[in-house]
Design a binder for this molecule. Structure first.
Ligand code: SAM
Length: 246
């Protein structure tokens, strides 16, 4: 990477952004709560008794959602400050481990379900992260991924008219893998754009079979009238995929 494109250090800015991230998540994130959680929980299915690894778990919100549904969840994250928050919020049923998704500190075949909830887009070496997720899954185990849609990450925002109305997303350099510097609400982090084909090649190369691919729209159609959520009905901001280890 050109140093000009990597101004945030090897953790992609997460340590510095941890405080602002906690505020954002604790205030409630509509993208997760209204759009992604329902799909992720449905895709996870009955997790009772399953050994689950949540890679890039942040402050542990999805681990807690799976734990109350009976899973035995381990959360792993690169950011110590977020794990401290996760440990403060758990009743002790989940375990939290500091580490990178690129080199998981777990034995082969030690999980039934691995989750990457809006975290693969933060991981610089996504090919290693996908390979590692596949390695720690048992045969027949599943990998559940929520990501930014490659369409949205190629555009990185809307073209708007003078009154701020969204006109269209300026998709360009779609085929080029590249970092994106994102700044909002005191958060300053690096995400990555990769074409969908690059992701698919990595999943298939890791011996994973696609079970489901979803570009989610809110279940509640009345949200369409709310300008905050209008774009969810127009373009795929996120995607969700379920993979199985062969
Ligand atoms: C957008 S947050 C998502 C957190 C959580 N999954 C959620 O949905 O609330 C991305 C997370 O990935 C973590 N992260 C970034 N690079 C990582 C890496 N190489 N390995 C593990 N976690 C990483 C960050 O610390 C951050 O907690």
């Amino acid at each position: 990477l050109n140093p000009k494109e990597q101004p945030l250090g090897p953790d992609g800015g997460w340590r510095e952004s941890a405080g602002a991230w906690l505020k954002l998540i604790e205030a409630g994130d509509p993208s997760r709560e209204l759009l992604l959680d329902p799909f992720m929980l449905t895709a996870a299915g009955d997790v009772s008794g399953l050994r689950v690894l949540d890679v890039g778990c942040g402050e542990g919100r999805f681990c807690r959602l799976l734990t109350v549904r009976g899973a035995k969840c381990v959360g792993l994250d690169l950011t110590r400050e977020l794990l401290t928050a996760a440990r403060a919020k758990t009743d002790g049923r989940e375990a939290y481990v500091l580490g990178s998704g690129e080199t998981l500190p777990f034995r082969d075949a030690s999980f039934d379900l691995v989750v990457l909830y809006l975290s693969l887009i933060d991981i610089a070496d996504f090919r290693s992260a996908i390979g590692e997720a596949a390695r720690v899954l048992r045969r027949g185990g599943r990998l559940l991924v929520a990501g930014f849609s490659a369409v949205a990450s190629a555009a990185n925002g809307w073209v708007r008219d003078e009154s701020g109305r969204r006109l269209h997303m300026p998709v360009d350099r779609y085929l080029e893998e590249r970092p994106l510097l994102l700044e909002w609400s005191g958060i300053r982090i690096l995400n990555w754009h990769r074409p969908l084909s690059a992701y698919f090649e990595a999943y298939l190369g890791a011996g994973l079979k696609l079970l489901k691919y979803v570009e989610p729209m809110p279940a509640d159609p009345s949200l369409k009238d709310d300008p905050r959520f209008e774009d969810w009905f127009r373009v795929p901001n996120f995607d969700l995929s379920v993979w199985q280890k062969e």
